[in-house]
Design a protein around this ligand. Structure first.
Ligand SMILES: Cc1cc2nc3c(=O)[nH]c(=O)nc-3n(C[C@H](O)[C@H](O)[C@H](O)COP(=O)(O)OP(=O)(O)OC[C@H]3O[C@@H](n4cnc5c(N)ncnc54)[C@H](O)[C@@H]3O)c2cc1C
Length: 334
């Protein structure tokens, strides 16, 4: 249902909301891609977020929650509904317990914990995006993910505020219960870390950051890895036999291995290109569109499916597509 003027007027009465109409979502995605949202709302206030969400739900209008837009493909047609973002990013600590609001940048949390002499997040340095989305997608790098440190997550499920234990978050590799409840909003988290010398943690983080910046220059319009890696033990035996031991890391086979085997590196479709040096890194090299991006993704998935019988699964999340688990698949790659 489209957003009515009456809806807008009622939302405008809720305090602490910044509301804009027909906002281009390309401004809020690292790909720099995405058409307009009918309404875009930001707030640092939990009660205002809940009031807005309750009103949007009651109006029957579609809604989507975003963070910093670093893992999003938004359709060229945009989003017919309301896009909401919770922006409060407070950080605090009490001994080995660190509390972070969902709107904080993950890097701010990493730097804060290092500064407090707390180990557990330093390998996540350089992962862009917000704390809320890091919980949602169980972000991680270099063999560690945020779930290892999460003690509690505070969320709104559409009717009440709840506090989930680590187990209730149902974390797995790049997965959590929140991916199956896209209408829930994470407001904050509590992490338990271990004491360690700040200098040592800083050194680890700086080393990782240097490698990451070579791989993902700060100006690159991308989402990091497009596809999740695959867990070796879950692959059919016939596929396992084709995977050389040198590519296996922490029990996972990088999707990049399969993509490279099917000739993904350097493929281009309009303004969208697969990096020449990394087959699982797709970026917007100019004026790329979501249509072109989704076509490349579909093409790569079908190449891997045909050659290995494997279905690659996107790590990136979709907004504004008829099926939120996949983008439009209609354009052929040139
Ligand atoms: C250069 C680059 C490198 C990357 N490297 C890594 C990496 O090494 N490891 C890794 O794990 N990821 C990596 N990523 C992916 C990305 O950084 C993470 O997925 C990140 O957690 C996304 O955060 P975001 O705030 O930008 O989320 P968005 O892209 O805005 O949203 C992602 C999803 O989170 C949901 N979401 C956001 N906030 C909330 C909330 N408060 N409550 C509920 N749901 C919410 C959204 O609905 C959406 O489905 C990389 C991305 C880039 C661009």
């Amino acid at each position: 249902m489209p957003v009515q003027q009456a809806t807008l007027q009622r939302l405008a009465q809720i305090p602490n909301l910044t509301i804009s109409e027909h906002t281009l979502l390309s401004r809020y995605t690292r790909f720099g891609i995405g058409g307009p949202a009918e309404l875009y709302i930001e707030t640092p206030s939990e009660p205002s977020f809940i009031a807005a969400l309750n009103f949007v739900r009651a109006s029957g209008v579609e809604f989507a929650v975003i963070g910093s837009g670093t893992n999003l493909i938004v359709s060229d047609a945009g989003f017919r509904g309301v896009v909401l973002r919770f922006t409060s990013g407070g950080l605090s600590s009490d001994g080995r317990i660190v509390r972070a609001q969902a709107g904080a940048e993950l890097q701010a949390l990493v730097d804060y914990s290092i500064g407090q002499g707390l180990r557990g997040l330093e390998t996540m340095t350089g992962i862009p995006g917000s704390v809320g989305a890091a919980i949602y997608g169980n972000a991680g790098a270099y063999g560690h993910s945020i779930n290892e440190s999460v003690r509690q997550v505070r969320l709104f499920d559409g009717s009440e505020i709840r506090e989930f234990s680590n187990a209730e978050c149902e974390f797995h590799y790049r997965e959590s219960v929140f991916k199956r409840h896209k209408d829930w909003i994470i407001f904050s988290t509590e992490l338990e870390l271990a004491s360690a010398p700040t200098d040592e943690l800083r050194k680890t983080a700086d080393g990782i950051l240097k490698v990451r910046l070579d791989k993902y220059p700060v100006t690159m319009k991308c989402a990091g890895s497009i596809f999740k890696n695959l867990i070796l033990a879950e692959l059919p035996e016939a596929v396992q036999r084709q995977v050389p031991a040198r590519v296996i890391r922490e029990g996972k086979v990088p999707s990049a291995f399969f993509l490279e085997e099917v000739g993904a590196k350097g493929i281009q479709n309009g303004g969208i290109r697969v990096a020449d040096y990394h087959a699982n890194l797709i970026y917007n090299a100019g004026d790329g569109t979501a249509r072109e991006l989704c076509a490349i993704i579909a093409d790569l998935k079908s190449r891997v499916q045909n050659r290995f019988g494997l279905t690659l699964e996107e790590e990136v999340q979709y907004i504004g597509f008829p099926d939120p688990s996949t983008g439009s698949l209609t354009v052929a790659v040139r």
